[in-house]
Design a protein around this ligand. Structure first.
Ligand code: COA
Length: 261
């Protein structure tokens, strides 16, 4: 994995730990950080040594406090569209990554930070986490897919309220709304929880995990026939060595050993 300036990355036993590291700016996503995130996720899919990703923010105060407002303050109509489209592309690459991506939300997840968290496949928050889409306070709206994903995730009623008021939710409220998988007391316990989930997933056939991600994403992609994608993915699994190993191991009453082939 190429060295990045604003994102620390470490592969430990198949789990890629990514830490957005602009702590003095509450890990706000400037263009360079977004570009680094894109470079990383472009590499993750093809890197067989990575079986799952844990994404968090440096420090205890923030996951990501939004897109960098210094850059937002300089936008014009033309580059604003490009700004939004690039952010959407990067978060789409996170969401469609074939390895499970778990956000450990350690503090503020605001604006682009909330959008990034909800582009991940699962979210575990620390008790001090706060979620919100405060763009309306700046005279803009979410531009990295937040209006779409938040509505898909928690439904129109509460999403509209959150998007229009800019109010923050605490971790317990976010859990109740279905925005989170779990709330943990601290960052360490949240990371341990994410590791436990990934350890379970890493024992399964990697191809199946990638196909599940494609099929679930298809539910939310207009113009895609999710049932067709499911049937095609099912057939693709049956062509794999891991399918033969999984079924054989069951019949031989032993644990399967999957190779991702
Ligand atoms: N973009 C750029 N810088 C940001 C930022 C952002 N989204 N969020 C925080 N920062 C910077 C602050 O400007 C400050 O920098 P400074 O020390 O150089 O002045 C530093 O991070 C610490 O933030 P501060 O506001 O002093 O911390 P706080 O504890 O008082 O407040 C927040 C925390 C998250 C409530 C507050 O920083 C905030 O509202 N941030 C903006 C959130 C937002 O609107 N995000 C959506 C952007 S589209």
């Amino acid at each position: 994995m190429a060295e990045q300036k604003n994102i620390l990355s470490q592969n430990r036993d198949g789990v890629l730990y990514l830490t957005i590291s602009r702590e003095s700016k509450l890990n706000a996503l400037n263009y360079n950080t977004l570009e680094e995130l894109n470079n990383i996720f472009n590499e993750v899919n093809d890197n067989k040594s990575i079986r799952g990703v844990i994404l968090t923010g440096a420090g205890e105060k923030a996951f990501v406090a939004g897109a960098d407002i210094n850059e937002i303050a300089e936008l014009n109509e033309l580059n604003a569209r490009k700004f939004a489209e690039f952010g959407q592309e990067v978060l789409h690459n996170v969401e469609s990554c074939h390895k499970p991506v778990i956000a450990v939300v350690n503090g503020y997840a605001l604006g682009g930070g909330c959008e990034l968290a909800i582009a991940c496949h699962m979210r575990i928050a620390t008790a001090n986490a706060k979620f919100g889409q405060p763009e309306v306070n700046l005279g803009i709206i979410p531009g990295y897919g937040g209006t779409q994903r938040l509505t898909q995730l928690i439904g129109r009623t509460k999403a509209t309220e959150i998007l229009m008021t800019g109010d923050m939710l605490d971790a317990d409220e976010a859990l109740k709304l279905g925005l989170l998988n779990y709330v943990e007391p601290t960052k360490d316990t949240a990371i341990a929880k994410a590791e436990g989930i990934l350890q379970k997933i890493m024992k399964k056939a990697p191809l199946s995990i990638g196909m599940i991600i494609d099929c679930v994403n298809a539910v939310y992609t207009s113009g895609e026939n999710g049932y067709q994608i499911e049937a095609n993915s099912f057939a693709r699994c049956v062509k794999s060595e891991d399918y033969r190993e999984g079924t054989k191991a069951f019949l031989e009453k032993r644990d399967p050993v999957f190779k991702g082939e």
